[in-house]
Design a protein. Sequence first.
Length: 489
Amino acid sequence: MRTFGVPGIAVAIVKDGKVVLQKGYGVRRVGYPGPVDANTLFGIGSNTKAFTAAALATLVDAGKLSWDDPVYSRLKGFRMYDPYVSKEMRIRDLLCHCGGLGLGQGDLMLWPRNSYTRDDIVFRLRFLKPATSFRSSFAYSNVMYVAAGQVVAAVSGQSWDDYLREKIFLPLGMKDTNTTADAYRADGNWASPHGKSGDKLQVVPFVNLDNAGPAGSINSSAADMARWLLLQLNHGKIPGTETQIFSEKSSAEMWKQQSIIPVNEEWSADVDALRPHFYGYGMGWFLRDYKGRKLVGHPGGVGGFVSRVLLVPEENLGVVILTNAAEWTAFESILYHIVDSYLGGPTQDYIAAFKAVEDKKIKDSDETLRKAQQARAADSKPSLALEKYAGDYSDPWYGKVLIRSEDGGLVLKLPLTLKSTVADLQHWQFDTFKAHWRDRAVEDAFVTFALKADGSIDHFTMAAVSPLADFSADYQDLYFTPLPAAAKK
């Protein structure tokens, strides 16, 4: 916690069908004394995805759908950019990140929080141009999980949220777990999310992910997640009962490798001892090997929270780590100390190893930004008077943005967001500006205009400024063109 600057951490460990540890460390909110305990709620982010896969598994077990049903047959209006993919996409394809989209493509429909519903997001999948051919490669996709959650709703007749509550949370005794940040109560046992402003750690607002629910909106505690670990390790059956939430067959299917991920893309390869021999994705789970065992796990991150779940089925071992600061290396440091203590064999100081990895990434990023700053043509001028760049623009899947002249400069506004998300456009060089968002939780972006032969604006594109920008800031997938006068109205 000191090394990585994390105010609070909750850990649960289950082994051989029993909870051997569920405990909190530190505080729920920096500067306040409220302690983290086993029942403190944290956002678990993408660890939600395994719950969405399990919800679909219950429907498969009930004979209401098959993993290989065409998505369009279960989700009215489902369509991808490529008609072939629209026809051939199966339920399992929604869950294994192999649909041909790019990394995080479409995530700007999910956050910053906006007015798009889950149905709106599914509709707009048809405008996302594929980055690769169908099923040819792995690229992590949140929007496909939104579609998967809408399949749950369409087939069950209940919302994804209600279905999870009825079929998983309540039977399992996950009494505090919920699916929306709107459930937050200031007087409740909730951790606050934290982020850094410079070197200072501070509380940041809760991110509401209701429209992205099936991809990452669950809030849970170490105690509740311990129940989830026990269920998983018992292949869908609640230990000590006759209640089977999902079948052993479905459990095996979710843990079976559906997509291959090249090992050299495994980030933990920076710590040589953790380099896997195989790396892949099942349905809601990453899969890899370590010390001769298969690991089934997932990380999760959402606006000031990061979490980690890991199962070692051969050892009947499960671990969950919940934190209230966006420091991924902190939970990995804890995780592998725990795993090594059970598996035996060589170990190392993972805190020092992961801190070295983090420091190198920050140093490399700073150097990249420094070189970009030095290389830019700072004395160049825009091709047009600033007011000529102002106007209404639209991207096929994201929708409308506004550029306006204000106080002698330009601002970029996202009218679809549920609060005014505004960036000041600072001239960078030539016809490129830097969008510096007033909400510092949003990643800064370069905005580059292209002109027609007559000097009018043809389009503009965007790219993240920092090499460390989260992949969900998928600016590179946007292509904004000026709206005609009629469309502006």
